[in-house]
Design a protein around this ligand. Structure first.
Ligand code: TXA
Ligand code: MG
Length: 339
């Protein structure tokens, strides 16, 4: 049985108590963060963590992020915190940045996918923080079935997990919309494994040059170091094509493609930053932040409207745009049209 705990009107400590009790019993509770919804369990409870992998259909070697609510918690999971990690935590926590650090023995290998490093972040959502404070550090991947677009509302989580997990906290829509940036600080220079809510430019401003994993920008499954990178990701049921280029060229190309695919008999959906006539259309907004917020919702929504083909507009890889393009290219299985 799944209980849906409504906190759309804000934090409710009495309801947090109900959810934290489930967590401490080893149950699974999905909760909102500022990025996407997480599927949470007690990070130190091996059996509970194992159930996350089962529920998501997630390969066992794809490690989870541990969510903490205080710097004290950091010492419970990380064996060592290098200077640059301290600087990043100080500057960006709570927020959409995940630090990969040497793990303490108390953290089960199930949680870290067999690695002796652990990924940690302090989320900036009041509901997430309250739940962690009332229970324990939470292992939580994005609360989607493995391979599907990440969830930015409780409705998305209900679509994927109703009946399969014990609790879902409905805290309304998340406001960043793409997941946290993941940076490995066990290496020097630090290694960006996944671009995310905190832009690379911001990170480099405080710790200097960062090495960027090749898979951040392009297809590079073989080199995958963040184990999550080698799997199919963010994919809706429809086929996706991403159109990249200058804004004018994108406009022209997208209109051309709509015409061509429709002629072939496809039901075509478009997600873009300008109005396009198609069978279905989803407006992504205009700023990179708006596009990030709408990205996963657009993919899920166009799927629900039953299109066969999604034409998605690419944006510039600046700021959070780097994270957007990383997700979009994966969603498209690297089916990219250069305009
Ligand atoms: O914003 C987020 O990060 C969301 C919310 C719920 O916090 N969580 C999230 O988790 O996106 P997930 O499991 O979908 O993605 C975690 C990423 C994966 O790419 C995984 O491979 C990487 O972090 N990761 C986790 N632990 C790692 C480790 N020890 N070393 C390298 N990469 C790691
Ligand atoms: Mg995920």
């Amino acid at each position: 049985m799944t209980i849906v705990i409504n906190m759309r009107d804000g934090l409710d400590e009495r309801k947090i108590k109900v959810a934290s009790r489930l967590i401490l019993e080893g149950k699974l509770v999905a909760f909102p963060t500022e990025t996407v919804y997480g599927l949470g369990a007690d990070a130190l409870n091996e059996r509970a963590v194992r159930r996350i992998f089962e529920a998501k259909g997630r390969p066992a070697d794809n490690p989870l992020i541990i969510h903490i609510a205080s710097l004290d918690d950091l010492g419970k999971v990380a064996r060592e915190v290098p200077e640059k990690a301290k600087i990043l935590a100080e500057r960006f926590w709570p927020g959409p940045l995940t630090l990969v650090l040497p793990k303490r023995d108390e953290v089960p290998l199930v949680t870290t996918g067999g690695l002796d490093t652990v990924a940690v972040r302090m989320p900036a959502h009041p509901i997430a923080l309250a739940l962690i404070r009332a229970s324990t550090p939470l292992a939580a991947p994005s609360a989607n079935i493995s391979g599907k677009p990440s969830p930015t509302s409780a409705e998305h989580v209900i679509d994927d997990f109703y009946g399969k997990i014990e609790g879902i906290i409905d805290g309304g829509e998340t406001w960043i919309g793409v997941e946290s940036a993941v940076i490995d600080l066990t290496e020097e220079p630090p290694f960006l494994l996944r671009p995310g809510g905190i832009p690379l430019e911001e990170i480099e401003k405080v710790i200097g040059p960062v090495k960027v994993h090749p898979a951040v920008k392009g297809k590079n499954a073989d080199l995958a170091k963040a184990p999550g990178m080698k799997y199919k990701h963010y994919a809706p049921n429809a086929s996706v094509v991403v159109v990249e280029g200058t804004p004018e060229n994108r406009r022209r190309k997208i209109r051309e493609l709509v015409y061509e695919y429709r002629k072939k008999g496809y039901r075509v959906g478009v997600m873009a930053t300008f109005e396009v006539e198609a069978d279905e259309f989803y407006f992504l907004g205009q700023t990179p932040e708006e596009v990030a917020r709408n990205l996963f919702k657009a993919l899920r929504e166009l799927d629900k409207r039953g299109v066969d083909m999604i034409i998605a507009e690419g944006i510039e890889e600046k700021g959070v745009g780097l994270a957007v393009m990383n997700r979009l290219r994966k969603a498209a299985g690297y089916n990219i049209v250069k305009a």
